[in-house]
Design a protein around this ligand. Sequence first.
Ligand code: DOR
Length: 448
Amino acid sequence: MGGDITLRGAELVLPTGVIDGDIAIRDGRIVAIGHVDQPVGEIVDARGLTVLPGVIDPQVHFREPGAEHKEDLESGGRAAAAGGVTAFLEMPNTRPPTIDAAAVADKIARATGRSRAHFGFFLGATPDNVAETAAASGVPGIKIFMGSSTGTLLVHEQDALERHFAAARVPLVVHAEDELRLRARSGLYPGVDDPGLHPIIRDPQTALIATRRAVDLAVRHQKRLHVLHLSSADEVAFLRDRPDDGLVTTETLPQYLWLDASWYARLGTHLQMNPPVRDLRHQRALWAGLLDGTIQCIATDHAPHTLDEKAQPYGKAPSGMPGVELSVPLMLHAVHDGRCSIRHVARWMSEAPARIYGLVGKGRLALGADGDLTVVDRRVSRSVRADALQSRAGWSPFEGWTLRGWPVMTVLLGRPVFRDGAFADGVFGEPLRFDPPARCPRQPGAAT
Ligand code: DOR
């Protein structure tokens, strides 16, 4: 059920460029852009503010069912909305894992009426659930952990991978780290307790081998592949150099764009995630990959673990860090810093995720599109404080960073869900609908 609202005098980040103007939403759909003669619903004076198409986070872990002490669909949805994120795609490594249609339906039922952002749930692959992945519908894709990470999901044997790729009718999304190399390299460092070794154990080759293998599978089976959380210069170079057949897309994360290996000394296991945060050479390559279109979009891999869990020594501490709530300010700060444009932010954080997964109605400020808006104030500077965040994780690797540019209002289908620090009564997200394209070619060049 959509609402009516008109925002006046904003900076509007349209697919074709940035304009100053008004935007009107009626019954949840965008009905006017530019100069609006006949406002509908509440009229918001948005002078000085910027309106982005609702930001979509295409990779989060919200831990429900099974680890609700870290996060659940209510707290994770709140964190998303407070961070200006209007929709999220959630990962299957819950307890139990999301490996059949019933588990997906269960998550949709749990999110309905509780999540403050729109939602979609990946179906997880196991060595023997090909019948489920072949029949998958109503999901953004099939998630394959090619290397072990948090949880029990893992498919690394060639025959099982071949069967999933052969059968899939929705995009395959991969955690690309090679399990055998990962095991061999962990064996070289028994009992180490230095988290600084994490990117050396899970080295760039570990990632590159798996990414190459997944791309080979996608090409042979002519299936859409999305490589999750790209972390290395080596993978950027490999993907850039291959022909653009529209089969392979990828994403990277604000953690990789803002943090680097020098931070292990300060953050220890809090910086530990899979694939790892690497040195500056990789960070620079990821920025270059985004700017030239090799990398299409930004996710957060929001992976909440509690402070107690993270306080364990390296080897015992779980991998992952929270992020869904700070991706918008971190990327707005990048705009302020001159690293990218506000058009890039709209492209990487809304238009591209919607295009890759075929999110019906989402990802564009355009007539007839869904009225999901991320309204931000690019002038506001504020410091990150964990106690002001919604996520149950209770900490951030960016604690104390002063960022310029923060969300001020998050609109779901024409209804503000979060505004000036408070949630509106009775506004919740809806299930996303998926119509993924058979091909998703790169969009090279600057987004102006
Ligand atoms: O660091 C990570 N944490 N990487 C993953 O792939 C999973 C995630 C989690 O669920 O904790």
